[in-house]
Write a protein that binds this ligand. Structure first.
Ligand SMILES: [Zn+2]
Length: 240
């Protein structure tokens, strides 16, 4: 029923730069000392980040902030906020939290990879980058927009192959429990996901076509809540 809502995922990821690296407050982190050291450190491609000890120590996860550069993705119906910027903000939060649990996080775009600013990041580049990391999971962060209804809201998970269904289902259930939603995960034909061997999902954080979602998706509080659901589910899934 949200087929039109997914129109902005028609593989037009022709990014050439990422403008913002916004925010990295770790005020809720119980490992604030470690986190704050990390967030102040700009890691370039010759300087691998220091990995933390933690339950996810042996795992590599690719976090993909959807769109970017000249591809803004969708936008807020009221405020006009760009999806690519929200994707980046929440991906940075997700990266920090997962790193605090010891995971090795690779971002498809930010200033710590060679796929960042001033370089074209096509869908092919993204796929090549992801495959080169040989990750245990791929989490692509997006925001949705429904052309049919401004009523539909909440977080929805997309996956594209059978390797990803278990993870997608667990994530969707966790979000439904957290936010009292009744959404179902969707199978998608999205190129980025469909050939991945490892569990790979898109997290559609919410609907920028819905007034309530659009407002709360821009708050740190709600972003942190979404990130916590993902992190808890990832930890359970990978450690089971
Ligand atoms: Zn998107």
């Amino acid at each position: 029923m949200y087929s039109k809502a997914m129109a902005h995922h028609d593989d037009k990821d022709n990014n050439d730069s990422i403008v913002n690296k916004i925010d990295s407050e770790n005020s809720n982190s119980e490992k604030n000392d470690i986190a704050s050291r990390d967030k102040s450190k700009s890691v370039d491609k010759n300087n691998q980040p220091v990995l933390h000890d933690g339950p996810l120590k042996e795992f590599t996860i690719v976090v993909d902030p959807g769109h970017g550069g000249s591809d803004p993705g969708t936008g807020g119906a009221i405020t006009g906020v760009k999806e690519k910027d929200l994707n980046m903000r929440i991906s940075n939060k997700l990266k920090t939290k997962l790193e605090n649990l010891g995971a090795d996080i690779k971002m498809t775009r930010d200033d710590s990879t060679n796929l960042g600013e001033n370089e074209k990041l096509s869908l092919d580049d993204r796929i090549t980058f992801i495959n080169n990391q040989n990750p245990d999971l791929l989490i692509s962060m997006h925001h949705n927009f429904s052309e049919q209804s401004d009523e539909v809201k909440g977080t929805q998970i997309l996956c594209a192959n059978k390797n990803s269904i278990e993870f997608a289902n667990k994530l969707q259930e966790a979000f439904n429990n957290e936010f009292d939603n009744k959404l179902y995960y969707l199978m998608s034909g999205y190129t980025l996901l469909k050939d991945m061997e490892q569990p790979s999902v898109i997290v559609e954080c919410g609907f920028l076509s819905n007034e309530e979602d659009e407002a709360r998706l821009q708050t740190d509080e709600y972003q942190d809540q979404i990130v916590s659901v993902i992190v808890d589910t990832v930890e359970k899934f990978l450690k089971d």
